[in-house]
Design a protein. Structure first.
Length: 501
């Protein structure tokens, strides 16, 4: 059930005292309620609120309450004329027209006018003020106010009216040589085995054309599509530098926290390659930097990662598969951010089609923004075995189940027009100091050097699987603390370190 469904189970007259009590407690309008005194005329900002509620999660407009007087009934308010004015604004000033039930309600010995604005279905958005036009008259609710939608956000809403085809775009400068031969061979062999009636006697090029991984340009030359390049390209970022993943490990629970050595990041990487490689490398980066805990398995103790590997991989796969690939979004990367108490996967573009936050995890509910890419990833092998994506609408349910099995809170989705994020909360908060049993970035370096090895920073990075920048920061901190000792002059390019603590 959605928030709007919850609100509609009880009459507005019965809910009004509680709604106003909430407004009085916080002293201002809320994300879902806008109150106006409207004594002389309908305020000019009301159409903006109508647009914002219709484009978002819905909301309630109340006329006849004076915010300056603690949301008390406004003196001189004329309920019948304001009811007509609000109905006229909904019907005549909005596109598409809104048809809410507009009620005159009794409240504290006076009358107010209230209307519950339903959220429009995706195919009808954006709702905008007709005389301002779509790009100047479309709004969304932010906090207790209304914000004009950006050009990008409006394009995403309009995109909901039809199936996007950005992933079918032919990449003008790309050629067959830009596709990974081993991935191509695996996909072709799989298709010929699974669909012999279609592809058994076909050339690799014809198989890839059938999957829309290749398509002819205007001159009849076969070139990779965006889907083909992302799924099987040797280096898609040559053409689209920001269609990558950035991984960041932060020393605190937010980006504002600095580590003891004043580092802003414990590890930072820009990951490139086709989607199979991105999924593998981003998952590995999370596991390398996350805590390693332990769990009793019978009489034996076994190590377990802080976040279930398959759940992490599924979240990253979904972010790459369902992100927005429109022209305006190609300068924005997928972000994987690891904090001391949570993991965040953030991707451009909100949920698409029939999928809503309330519907995530419901069996059979699936909607693909990138149809060609999603289909292609069902055929492309994952480096660790299997295929990249099963694409059966069960990924979110799998994440929920895996987190539950690990004793963790359920995933936390956050959706808006321009982005979607999924947060995993750690079962317990990680500590950034050395007393934790967790194998943090720092602990991995200490364990390696404490084993009696003398090594360069490059050797430490290779042995621990950590990034060079993170290793260098921690080596400096450990040196300053006297825990390790350099074996050569300070500026030597051959510098090595040994454990002394």
């Amino acid at each position: 059930m959605t928030d709007y469904d919850d609100r509609m189970t009880e009459s507005l007259q019965n809910r009004l005292p509680r709604i106003v009590a909430d407004l009085r407690r916080v002293g201002r309008d809320s994300h879902a309620v806008e109150a106006k005194s409207s004594v002389l005329r309908l305020p000019k900002t009301v159409p903006e609120t109508l647009s914002a509620f219709a484009n978002g999660a819905g909301g309630i407009v109340i006329l006849g309450l004076d915010e300056g007087q603690g949301f008390r009934p406004a003196k001189g308010f004329r309920a019948t004329s304001m009811q007509d004015a609000l109905a006229g604004a909904c019907a005549d000033r909005m596109h598409p027209p809104l048809r809410p039930a507009i009620e005159i309600l009794n409240f504290e010995g006076a009358q107010v006018v209230a209307a519950e604005i339903e959220p429009l279905i995706p195919a009808d958005r954006p709702c905008y003020i007709t005389d301002r036009g779509m790009y100047q008259g479309s709004f969304i609710r932010t906090g207790d106010g209304d914000r004009r939608l950006s050009h990008y956000e409006i394009e995403r809403l309009v995109e909901e009216h039809r199936q996007p085809r950005w992933d079918e775009e032919v990449i003008a400068d790309a050629t067959l040589a830009d596709l990974d031969k081993s991935l191509v061979a695996a996909v072709v062999a799989r298709q010929q085995a699974l669909r012999p009636q279609l592809f058994a006697n076909g050339s690799p090029e014809s198989v890839l054309q059938g999957l829309r991984a290749l398509h002819e340009d205007d001159d009849g030359v076969l070139r990779p599509t965006l889907a083909g390049l992302l799924a099987m390209g040797t280096y898609p970022q040559y053409f689209f530098p920001r269609l990558n993943i950035t991984f960041s490990s932060f020393p605190g629970a937010s980006k504002a926290v600095l580590a003891s050595g004043h580092e802003r990041l414990l590890d930072s990487r820009s990951l490139v390659g086709p989607i199979p490689t991105l999924v593998r490398d981003a998952t590995s980066a999370v596991l390398r930097n996350a805590r390693i805990g332990s769990r009793m398995d019978g009489v034996f103790r076994r190590e377990v990662p802080e976040y279930p590997t398959v759940a992490v991989r599924e979240a990253i796969t979904n972010a790459l598969m369902h992100r927005d690939y429109s022209h305006l979004a190609r300068g924005t990367q997928v972000q994987v951010n690891l904090y001391t108490d949570h993991l965040e996967v953030l991707s451009p573009g909100g949920l698409f089609g029939t999928v809503t936050v309330a519907g995530l995890g419901r069996r059979g509910l699936s909607s693909a923004r990138n149809q060609r890419l999603s289909t292609l990833l069902e055929e492309v092998p994952h480096p660790d075995g299997g295929v990249v994506a099963e694409n059966r609408g069960t990924g979110y349910m799998m994440i929920q189940a895996l987190l539950s099995q690990a004793g963790m809170p359920p995933p936390e989705p956050d959706d808006d027009i321009s982005s979607f994020s999924l947060v995993f909360r750690a079962a317990t908060t990680r500590q950034a100091d050395d007393t934790t049993e967790a194998k943090s970035t720092r602990q991995r370096i200490q364990d390696y050097l404490a084993s009696g090895k003398t090594a360069t920073s490059v050797q430490v990075a290779e042995a621990t699987g950590l990034g060079r920048s993170a290793v260098n920061k921690h080596l400096k901190a450990l040196t300053d603390e006297g825990r390790i000792q350099p074996t050569r002059p300070t500026r030597s390019k051959l510098q090595q370190y040994r454990w002394v603590a």
